[in-house]
Design a binder for this molecule. Structure first.
Ligand code: HEC
Ligand code: HEC
Length: 156
């Protein structure tokens, strides 16, 4: 049923797959992509380490899940294990485990961009091994942390 709608054109795809809301502004975006995804140590390793995940995993994007925060921590034997996002009031608003690719991601709602967060990197024992020296309203981490600015934590 659904692919019939698809071949009938983008407006019909929206009308058919999102019920009666024909005014849905996501024109042509497959609502089947709107799934929840959160990285974890025991979640299957993801791809594209180092790339800006939100180039694709975004609203009206063509990848599953609209990431609110995502990025990559490079390093030998995953010295870093998780990323924390901390509000300016000190409250931890997200803690994202790295997967075996060094990637972290979530589709959970976050207070950004309305409120800034300070990213922290946690090591094996849960201790903080890195912190961004100023707050950010973007958690598309790899947008800035690319090339020589990539996030990397190695054993000393
Ligand atoms: C160029 C576009 C693009 C970029 C950049 C990209 N992805 Fe993806 N991603 C996709 C597409 C398309 C799929 C679905 C097909 C597939 O699995 O390859 C996907 C699948 C996934 C999945 C599996 C989703 C599921 O249904 O289980 C995860 C997790 C994921 N990506 C995480 C990431 C992370 C983390 C980054 C950044 C480090 C990233 N992606 C960068 C396009 C992209
Ligand atoms: C708008 C650009 C931008 C975004 C987005 C951004 N950062 Fe940063 N970050 C910087 C800059 C600039 C610095 C300081 C220069 C440096 O140390 O590379 C920095 C520094 C850091 C540092 C300290 C550097 C180190 O190696 O210890 C960490 C950790 C960090 N960022 C983590 C993150 C994480 C995690 C995210 C995503 C939640 C993120 N950043 C998003 C620009 C950004």
């Amino acid at each position: 049923m659904r692919h019939r709608c698809f071949f009938a054109g983008a407006r019909w795809l929206v009308a058919c797959s999102s019920g009666d809301d024909a005014s849905d502004p996501r024109n042509g975006h497959d609502p089947g992509l709107d799934i929840e995804l959160v990285s974890g140590h025991d979640v299957a390793p993801s791809h594209a380490a180092g790339e800006n995940c939100m180039a694709c995993h975004r609203a009206r994007g063509n990848a599953p899940g609209r990431f609110t925060a995502a990025g990559t921590i490079f390093g030998t034997s995953l010295v870093a294990t998780a990323v924390q996002l901390v509000g300016l009031d000190g409250e931890v608003v997200a803690e994202l485990e790295l997967d075996a690719s060094g990637n972290f991601y979530t589709t959970e709602p976050l207070p950004i961009p309305e409120e800034a967060v300070v990213p922290r990197i946690l090591g094996r024992d849960g201790a903080m091994i890195g912190v961004m020296p100023f707050p950010t309203v973007s958690a598309a981490c790899n947008l800035c942390h690319a090339g020589s600015a990539r996030l990397e934590f190695d054993a000393r």
